[in-house]
Structures are given as structure tokens and as C-alpha cells.
Design a protein around this ligand. Sequence first.
Ligand code: LRH
Ligand code: MN
Ligand code: MN
Length: 426
Amino acid sequence: MRVDENQLEGINKEHLSLHDDTYNFLGNMLSKQGKDVDGILKKLADFQVAIPSWALGAGGTRFGRFGFQGEPSTLEQKIDDVGILHKLTQTAGAISLHIPWDVPSDYKAIKEVAASHDIIFDAVNSNTFQDQKNAKESYKFGSLSNINKASRDQAIAHNIDVINIGDKLGSKSLTIWLADGSNFPGQSNFQHVLQNTEDSVKEIYKALPEDWKMFIEYKPYEPNFYSTVIQDWGTSFMLANACGDKAYSLVDLGHHLPNTNIEQIVSTLMMKGKLGGFHFNDSKYGDDDVTVGSIKPYSLFLIFNSLVYGMENNPQNPYPAWMIDASHNIKDPLEDLIQSLEAIQEAYAKALLIDQDQLAAAQKDNDVVKCQEILQNAYRTDVRPLIEKARISRGGAINPIETYRALKVRQGLIKERGINSVASGL
Ligand code: LRH
Ligand code: MN
Ligand code: MN
């Protein structure tokens, strides 16, 4: 199933007149306010977010999983699904693989499928939070932090395998997320498990190719409920520093305790040149992995304000690797991802509207009211026509969800794959 370009153009034509009216109104208004509208459009059009291979099927909870018809069951089909998303939104030009859920069998073929959709392979993710079939050692009591050296060595070897797999695909970064921790006080010695983890990540770092980066993800709890070895940005930052210049922290929006000031964490990491990767999702309670922007869109905007500031003022920080890390329990995963991509673009566009010079001047005057006005003026602007314009400038759909439905994409996928296909992964 591929999106038919002629049909897409036909649907765009139906929406064009309304788009032109709303865009002209917004473009005029922003130009009168002195904004560089073309510059903003270019930034929006260039912004690409990786889709993780595990997000294309229906997710689930520990209480069950409700499948979705026409789910992709092979890696090729998952890449095809990202191709559909990219064709419609023009913002999903990369895929991020989880190993061993999605190990390619035929590398040449996989690379050809991706190239045919104009998709690149972004960070590869290792998995030492599950015991794999026939594995000699268990991760029940930890992987890179395990008290038992054989388990640690197995987890180190797995991460090196993942680097080698990614290398064959053209990936340039490895993401490590550790589930390691403890469930009960006294179960483990905090210092010993942290030292083991530091020694292990340093071993993996040694195997990193010269032009690669290593991202260390943190999370306060789950699946362990008393302590987690890499629980916060400070621990991740410390480990990245212990490894070296190619190691960075990775911020996942769902990996913070309620009300944590994530925008401040982002600023601190970027100032220190250590924000390497970013996972988008939204949450109300914990690591809920719900649609980006569906619960706290203002927070997302404030986080983007820090990101935009960092991208413009911190040459010491590399351009971050963006990825959506969400799970789709009841929605069509492709529709859910389109909604997430849209929310990301919206927050980014609004943050680009913030007048940084005016804000700096208001901060200098300690004009707190003005500072808030500047942020809220940007936030209250309906930027959707800008996003539409950026999308159609690259050949995407004016309205991706409506187009997806009008083209009956899901029905086409069900016809091809059947109603009982099952995606691998979470
Ligand atoms: C852990 C996490 C991490 C994993 C993914 C499946 O909660 O965010 O990034 O790789 O979920
Ligand atoms: Mn994540
Ligand atoms: Mn998570």
C-alpha cells in the first residue's frame, strides 16, 4: 500500500482555497510583526522526527493488548508504514530500530525499502530489559549493573552487536535505556550497581565508531519500583561525562516525576553540550506514552522554547536526534503518530515565534509581566496554516488525517496484510 500522489494532490486541491486564505492572513500578520516567515517555514520543513519501529503496531498494557487490524508484521512492512507517514506529513523521514525486536534479515533489501520511501535509519536501541530466548544469562537482577559479571558481559556484548547492526544500516547513534534497579530497600548496594554501570557503559563506548554518538536515557521508576540505577538527568549526565565526548544524555518526556521542570533540564544539558537525543510523548501520571501534546501542550511549548534557544545559541551541543516514543493502545497507530507529529510541529512553530531579543530585554528590565506576554502571545497564535504551508512545500498533505482517511489507507493495509496480523515488540 503506497499513497497515490495524484490522489493526494486531488485532495489537497479541495483544501487549497481555505489554506490560502488562512495562510495569507497569518503570514501578513507575522510579517507586520517583523517575523522572518520564510525562515520559520524552512525550519519547519526541515524538521524530521524518527518513528520507532515498535510504535507501528498497537501497544498494550500489562493487563492486555487490543490488536489493530492490518498491523505490520515484518520490518519491511514497518518501514512501509513510516513511508506512508512521511508521504503525508513530510516530517517522518527516519526510523529507529529496537534490537532484537527488529533485526534485519536481508540488509540490502531493507536499505532499499527505506531508500524508496526517502527514509534514513536513526539511533538504534539496545534491549537488555527482557531475557531473550536461549540467552545464557538472565537480566532479572539487572543487565549492565548486574552483580554477576557474566550478565554484565552479555549485556555489553549485546550493545556492541547493536552498534554493528546499526553500522550496516547507516545509523550513527546507539540509545541505551536500562531497566536496571531494585524493587525493595536493601536489595542492592546503590554505589556498587552505579559503579558496575559506569564500567559497562565505558566498555560499550570503546566499541563506538569514531563518527557515532551514544545516548544514555534516564527514567525514575518502572519496571523497578524502589530504585532505578539511571534514575535522572544528573546520573545520565555523569555517566556520559565519564565515557567521553561522544556520549550524551537523552531526555524522554515521560521519564520524569510529575511537575518536573523539563524545560530547565533541557537548557542545562544544552548549555553543557550534552543533550544528544529526545523522545517525544505525553503523560498525565507516569511514563504513559500517550499522544504528544494531548495532555500538556503548554509544557511542550516551553520545552521547545528551551530547545530553540539551545539550537540557536549553543554550538557546543550537537543537533539532537528526535524520536517519537509513544504507544497506541486504542487508536490506529498511524493516525496517532500523525497527531503526534502535528503537535510537535505546532509546539516548534510557536516557539519559533517567540521574540528572543524582546524577551531578553524584558528579562533585563525584570519586567515579569512582559516576559509572560511574549511567551503567551506566541503560544496563542494559531500556527496551523504555517505548518500546512511547510508540509505542502515538500509535497505532503494539507490535512494528513483527513487525507489518510479519504485514501482509505487502513482499509488498504488490511486488504494486504489481513485482519489478524501482529506486530512484534512491546
Ligand atoms: C523506556 C523507553 C525506552 C525504550 C522504549 C521502548 O520506557 O522509553 O526508550 O527503548 O521505552
Ligand atoms: Mn524512551
Ligand atoms: Mn519510556
